[in-house]
Design a protein around this ligand. Sequence first.
Ligand code: NAD
Length: 469
Amino acid sequence: MTESINVDVAVIGGGPGGYTAAFRAADLGLSVCIVEKRDTLGGVCVNVGCIPSKTLLHASSLIEHASHGHQMGISFAQPTIDLDTLRTHKQSTITELTKGIANLAKARKVIRVKGEGQFTSSNSLIVKGDDSYQIQFKQAIIATGSHAIRLPIAPRDDRVWDSTDALALKKIPEKMLIVGGGIIGLEMAQVYSSLGADITIVEAQEQIIPAADKDVVQPLLKDLKKRYQILTKTLVTSMEAQDKGIVVSFEGKKAPQNASYDVVLVAVGRRPNTSNIGLEQVGVRVEKSGLIEVDNRMQTSEPHIFAIGDIVKGPMLAHKATHEGKVAAEVIAGLDATFQPVSIPSVAYTAPEVAWVGLTEKEAKQQGIEYSVGKVPWLVSGRAQSVGATNGVTKALFDSATGTLLGAGICGENAGELIHEACTALELGGRARDIAHTVHAHPTLAETFAFTAELVEGSMTDMLPARKK
Ligand code: NAD
């Protein structure tokens, strides 16, 4: 039997973007249903992405910190790793969060529909799952997220992983090849290297994390080079599943000989989930890349249908999706909302972390913007010295004419937290003077951000002034 549901707003996809949109719409007095094919809400981020990866990265950090203790005269025995307990711990973190989201949905009377939603007309959806549903809606928000790109040369074999397989923690491979030196590749390299795997990373571009400035990534690269083989400007040309492992061949100036790996993780980006949802039934415009066209109110070419998150332009990040979700819900409720952030931060939760926001130096150069740079090596920070984090760097770009902050990049312990001072300054149009005059607590790593402004203002005393030429 098919159950009929009639709502103001149907949200397709229960990830961070979708459930946030649904909750905001419900709080604004609309009747809402949320269609999700997984058993739990939270999408990739909570179930098989941001949250499990951060839980495993925390385990990795524990192992790494313990291994450095001997430098202060504190030594621990080699860790023994109980993979079952680690997996259970990771799962319990996910369960706590998904239970919390389910409770929030229930308290708001958001109807949950389990299954895959497909448009059948501009005001109706069918949902196929264990049960089937026919949903009539006045407005809809599409929040179907993205999936990992498969390499056509990769064989279908359970030793070729995507990020979901890596987070499932099936085993610790002895030799692991990671294709893609972006955020997922590097975070998983961090986890599996701490657990004992021998890691090789292949990156097509000339640097890992190509989106960030090279000098900001440098402290991470320096550390990683001691631990993994990193092959930049290198491509994988073939992969063959053999009994002994996945045999891989490479192409590039410094390409190694064919080699065999116990596991190959493919982390070369993600694609939007916009096929098989019946978009052709509603006439929503979709670009060649699969992204849905939207304006800054998150409205598609069909004004009563909205799209948010990984299926629209911009970085594929949960925090972007949640903000877009709120905008979509508010516009539907008749509020005057737009999605126009000055910038969206990116963070690689590696050790050390890399975080950046706003313009990078290479973007400023490409755009012909005149800027001043303040770059502070963490060697000058008392706090960095105390916690053994002197390898870090904080860099900020300021407009030469107005002194306004244009962007910032940080590499070092807690960079992912520290970057938010730059985010707020950017959003508020902060200038070097404002930042330099903001009293920062001593000793903190956050001081290094103030130092970048002091450098540009010429008032920095913890470093020597730039030599006059
Ligand atoms: P990515 O775009 O961050 O990195 C992919 C990397 O693979 C790039 O550096 C690219 O140059 C390289 N590459 C592409 N094809 C290649 C090939 N054939 N051989 C070698 N290298 C190749 O993508 P990702 O790491 O897969 O992450 C997917 C998305 O998820 C991204 O948008 C990312 O920002 C997001 N994400 C964010 C976080 C976080 O915020 N911490 C964590 C995980 C994922």
